[in-house]
Ligand binder design. Structure first.
Ligand code: ADP
Ligand code: ASP
Ligand code: MG
Length: 408
């Protein structure tokens, strides 16, 4: 078999752990498998480098930021390859560029366009274990890019697709995908299997166990993904195509996201084209807007529009919203960063009614106010005050019977 194994930041956090990873990789190779490893930077390193960049400049250039951040994964790929070699196996460390990962030019959140895998393929045939630096690629005109936070997951899935691997294993600090973050709710239950679609919703709603784009990619190219712990040998969670019995469970998971900010434009004249103008400018700045709510005033002459964006983009979005809507006659623009998005996810919602009402009732019973709501076929999300995040996650986990031993 050809197996891609990805090790996250905590799994390569220090020399002992890198040696343990090397042992796991060597054991897999010894069983006769070809192995391509993808590593993250040591945990905390990427954040440290971002802090350094912000110390030397209030507005660091994104191109230079990418060059800086890509270095964390280079360090671990080289060290891991050396540790594997020390165990007597041929290993070759590769940067994103050497792996042939070509991306678009959107620095700090580039998309993979193609992978020229010939060199990697040849090295695998020659018996090397590959150790690829995750989270990075190269543009057509030779600039280093990074793939967005948590992007090593995407590197792994994309490499698995390009090499036509039999399996993509994501090794992390929890032993699978749970009904909610097990670090917040200790009673959370590990799922044996989850559909790509549910995993995609959970990830995009904040469950950082897998990066959203990696799940999208896995679904598109049908890459079988298993999430496992690098600290034990427990069976993990298989992310796979939807099966009939998955629909019987109404809510499969609860997710939260504290990385969003809410921007509200007040007193916008109610005319066609204003929302278009505002959101076009935001989109042109490559800022992803999540929820949007518009209210028309009771006299019908003006509107308030609230929308959410990633916290990292909130300053930029605020400035854009202010400059554009002031011109259009808006009264005021305000930002709130102390918010959280709480979501429930389940393919069973397609066939069951009353799920949203049950969610709102549970939150109201605990005095949690809802600021914004959005729904899709298989999820309901609410924006609430960030201070209620953990409470809301626990309440919803209980309400929908997700705990170990509970009957769903
Ligand atoms: P890595 O550094 O290995 O990429 P991450 O920190 O990105 O690891 O992701 C693993 C973390 O995801 C866990 O420690 C856990 O706190 C969090 N998490 C959030 N939601 C879930 C969930 N539903 N199931 C498992 N882990 C989750
Ligand atoms: N090191 C990067 C991050 O912290 C990428 C990753 O870990 O997947 O976001
Ligand atoms: Mg991660």
């Amino acid at each position: 078999m050809l197996i891609v194994q990805k090790y996250g930041g905590t799994s390569v956090a220090n020399v002992e752990r890198i040696k343990a990873v090397a042992q796991r990789v060597a054991d897999t190779a010894k069983q006769g498998h070809s192995v391509a490893v993808v590593v993250s930077a040591m945990s905390g390193e990427t954040d440290k480098m971002i802090a350094l960049a912000n110390q030397v400049s209030s507005n660091p250039s994104e191109r230079e930021m990418d060059l800086l951040l890509s270095s964390g994964e280079r360090v671990t790929s080289a060290l891991t390859a050396m540790a594997i070699e020390a165990l007597g196996h041929k290993a070759m460390a590769l940067t994103g560029r050497q792996m042939g990962i070509i991306t678009d030019t959107v620095h700090t959140k580039a998309k993979i366009e193609k992978i020229h895998a010939d060199r990697a393929q040849k090295a695998l045939e020659d018996g090397f274990v590959l150790v690829v630096a995750g989270f990075q690629g190269i543009t057509g005109d030779d600039n280093v890019t990074t793939l967005g936070r948590g992007g090593s997951d995407l590197s792994a899935v994309a490499i698995a697709a390009a090499l036509k691997a039999d399996l993509c294993e994501i090794y992390t600090d929890v032993d699978g995908v749970y009904t909610t973050d097990p670090n917040i709710v200790p009673e959370a239950r590990k799922l044996d299997k989850i559909s790509y679609e549910e995993m995609l919703e959970l990830a995009s709603l904040g469950a950082k166990v897998l990066q959203t784009r990696s799940v999208e990619f896995a679904m598109k190219y049908n890459v079988p993904v298993v999430v496992k712990s690098s600290f034990n040998n427990n069976p993990g969670t298989l992310v796979t195509t939807e099966e009939k019995e998955m629909e019987e469970v109404v809510v499969s998971g609860v997710a939260y996201d504290k990385n969003q900010a809410k921007i509200t434009v007040m007193g916008l004249p109610d005319r066609p084209g204003l929302a278009a103008g505002l959101f076009k400018a935001i989109a042109d700045a490559s800022i992803i807007v999540d929820m949007i709510v518009q209210n028309i005033s009771s006299d019908g002459n003006s509107a308030d529009i609230s929308f959410t964006v990633p916290k990292t983009d909130s300053k930029k979005a605020f400035q854009l919203a202010e400059s554009i809507t002031k011109e259009l006659g808006a009264e005021r623009v305000a930002t709130r960063e102390d918010i959280a998005k709480i979501s429930i996810v389940g393919v069973g919602m397609r066939t069951h009614s009353g799920v949203a009402a049950q969610m709102f009732e549970a939150m109201s019973k605990h005095g949690i106010n809802i600021m914004m709501i959005s729904t899709s076929e298989i999820k309901v999300s609410c924006i609430i005050d960030a201070k209620f995040t953990e409470l809301a996650v626990r309440v919803l986990h209980d309400t929908f019977g997700l705990a170990q031993g509970a009957k769903p």
